[in-house]
Design a binder for this molecule. Structure first.
Ligand SMILES: Nc1ncnc2c1ncn2[C@@H]1O[C@H](COP(=O)(O)OP(=O)(O)OP(=O)(O)O)[C@@H](O)[C@H]1O
Ligand SMILES: [Mg+2]
Length: 247
């Protein structure tokens, strides 16, 4: 059998509401369709984001694991399409910043995650110590940016802090909610202009997803757009991004 890849990916952003959770859940769906065993670590503080999108009801979360009350196997939830979810938030209690010891426990418990190809971390927006940590332990970091000027400046600030605190140099920029590829490249180049000037980092163009009304239609019905609208622009664009991850 083909060797599992065990690739961890953090999906992060400076500004909130740029589509991280939507991208994470639909990416997990498309990767699962491609027969890749995919886990989502739901580290988003916004209440029940991934849970609701995937219709899962976690009983335990990372806090129970860190407290030593539950094992990694206990907290993993089976989602639809073979997607597995590692809940980081309880939905009520805030996922407070982890101490160094707690981070060590968490990292070593990653070894108990059964065979996987991709572990995608949906981080909350901004730069709390937890967000920095999840970005630090990921192989790849995708920063989600939109054409909104606030998203651009917040992305720059986030990349700066991630670079300074974790020494990571490589980031992938995924531009969401654009008209077309030209607008996406324009946003990417604007960001590149300031990072090239002020930071020692390297930004890869990781792809783009157009603004697509079917995304909102599906979300309102609590469905995954990649499943409900396999031929819509957003799905085709995300499929290309997933293809590049797999091949
Ligand atoms: N490509 C797109 N086309 C149209 N609407 C989109 C697209 N991507 C995201 N959205 C809309 O943006 C909204 C925010 O998405 P989402 O909750 O995934 O963002 P987020 O970055 O996870 O937010 P938060 O920072 O609060 O966790 C959703 O309501 C979704 O409908
Ligand atoms: Mg979210």
């Amino acid at each position: 059998m083909e060797e599992r890849r065990k690739k961890t990916i953090a999906i992060t952003s400076g500004k909130g509401g740029v589509g991280k959770s939507a991208i994470v859940s639909n990416m997990a769906y498309l990767l699962s369709v491609m027969k890749k065993q995919t886990y989502i670590l739901d580290a988003d503080l916004a209440l029940g984001n991934i849970d609701i999108m995937l219709g899962v009801v976690p009983r335990f979360n990372i806090r129970d694991l860190i407290n030593g009350e539950k094992s990694m196997q206990d907290i993993i939830v089976d989602g639809p399409f073979g997607i597995k979810v590692i809940p980081a938030t309880s939905g009520i209690a805030e996922f407070s910043n982890l101490s160094v010891e707690e981070k060590t426990i968490l990292l070593s418990s990653f070894q108990d995650i059964p065979d996987y190809d991709f572990l995608i971390m949906d981080t909350s927006a901004g730069i709390s110590s937890n967000v920095l940590y999840f970005n630090a332990i990921s192989h790849d970091v995708f920063v989600i940016v939109t054409p909104d000027p606030a998203s651009l400046t917040d992305s720059y600030a986030t990349i700066k802090v991630l670079h300074k605190s974790t020494m990571r140099r490589d980031f992938r920029i995924l531009v969401n909610m654009v008209r077309d590829e030209r607008e996406a490249l324009d946003v990417y180049r604007k960001l590149l202009l300031v990072t090239d000037r002020f930071l020692d980092v390297s930004l890869d163009f990781g792809g783009y997803i157009p603004s697509d009304k079917n995304v909102n239609l599906a979300i309102k019905k609590q469905r995954l757009w990649a499943e409900s609208f396999p031929e819509t622009f957003a799905t085709k664009a995300l499929q290309q991004i997933c293809d590049r991850l797999v091949y």
